[in-house]
Design a protein around this ligand. Structure first.
Ligand SMILES: NC(=O)CC[C@H](N)C(=O)O
Length: 308
């Protein structure tokens, strides 16, 4: 399988490198506006620690909303199922930054992967701590799951979002007005924007996702990150909500749980088999990586990978 996988990855990289249709980079976050849309990287990590790479797989990029998977994992570990009193588990069918349902549904976000839901998760993790401590805890968790200390938070990106993220500020204020935010909106937003500003490469991200392929254990370091049942639930949420209002189309085309970010990354999980990270900065109209989705569609088709 490894040989074939290597050849498939090289073919995908060679084909997509040439693509002229690459989508639009996330210009609304100023430091991301200047990222070269020609970048393309992909990494596949198998539970036996085999790592297969193609393209710019070792270049760090802004993980953005993919961090929501790890923040949710940490919040479930800290607070257990009580978090479901404050955030739902249904796809929203709306864009990631929408406030429409939040107002109608009295401040309970549809799921933890839209911005409103992730802001609630950030609030849960903040609890009575200072933002700096919570951000530090998250970074330590990411280094732990990846078994790699060369992961950092790009403060420049976080600051840019703190300065220009008026839509997220609106969501936080709506949550606060509805009694679903304990912390001060500015503090919670600071935490949320720092989570999003995590910088990782495809290789690192695919490693970080290994516990989601392996029933909650990192098979390489032989450490338990989360219970097996929780992993199934996190994967279910990635499948149903991981691509916002593009989640149905992603499930139809690719067929495995995955989470996207506006930095152009996607983390995708083939349960029991592989953890995949792909990066191409240009986005489709739902804010999901255009070529990243295409790459995963090609990879899963050729390897016959699907949860269905
Ligand atoms: N979909 C995303 O990656 C969005 C994350 C981004 N930080 C935002 O809040 O807008």
């Amino acid at each position: 399988m490894k040989r074939r996988l290597n050849a498939v990855l090289s073919d995908i990289e060679a084909e997509l490198r040439e693509s002229t249709e690459r989508g639009e980079v996330a210009g609304y976050i100023p430091p991301l506006a200047g990222i070269d849309p020609a970048k393309f990287g992909i990494a596949v990590v198998l539970p036996d620690d085999t790592t297969l790479l193609a393209g710019d797989a070792d270049e760090k990029f802004s993980v953005q909303s993919i961090s929501k998977v790890f923040a949710l994992t940490l919040a479930l570990g800290n607070r257990g199922d009580s978090i479901w009193q404050r955030v739902g588990r249904e796809p929203s069918g709306d864009p990631f930054n929408s406030s429409v349902l939040l107002e109608l549904e009295k401040g309970i976000p549809r799921n933890p992967f839209i911005n409103a839901g992730a802001i609630v998760v950030a609030d849960i993790l903040l609890g009575a701590y200072q933002p700096r401590e919570t951000i530090g805890e998250f970074l330590r968790f990411m280094r732990f799951v990846t078994a790699d200390d060369d992961i950092y938070i790009d403060h420049h990106v976080a600051q840019a979002e703190n300065d220009s993220g008026f839509n997220n500020a609106a969501l936080a204020n709506l949550l606060k007005a509805n009694g679903n935010l304990d912390g001060a909106p500015a503090h919670v937003l600071g935490v949320y924007h720092h989570y999003c500003a995590l910088a990782m490469s495809c290789r690192q991200l695919a490693r970080a996702g290994l516990f989601l392929t392996s029933s909650g254990r990192n098979p390489i370091t032989d450490t338990r990150i989360v219970a097996a049942q929780r992993v199934r639930r996190i994967n279910a949420l990635m499948m149903t909500c991981g691509h916002y209002d593009g989640s149905g189309d992603f499930a139809f085309r690719v067929g495995i749980p995955a989470k996207s970010g506006v930095g152009g990354g996607i983390l995708a999980i083939v349960p029991g088999i592989a953890s995949i990270a792909v990066w191409s900065p240009g986005l489709n109209r739902h804010g999901n990586s255009l070529l990243g989705t295409q790459a995963l569609e090609m990879l899963c088709q050729q390897m016959n990978w699907s949860v269905f």
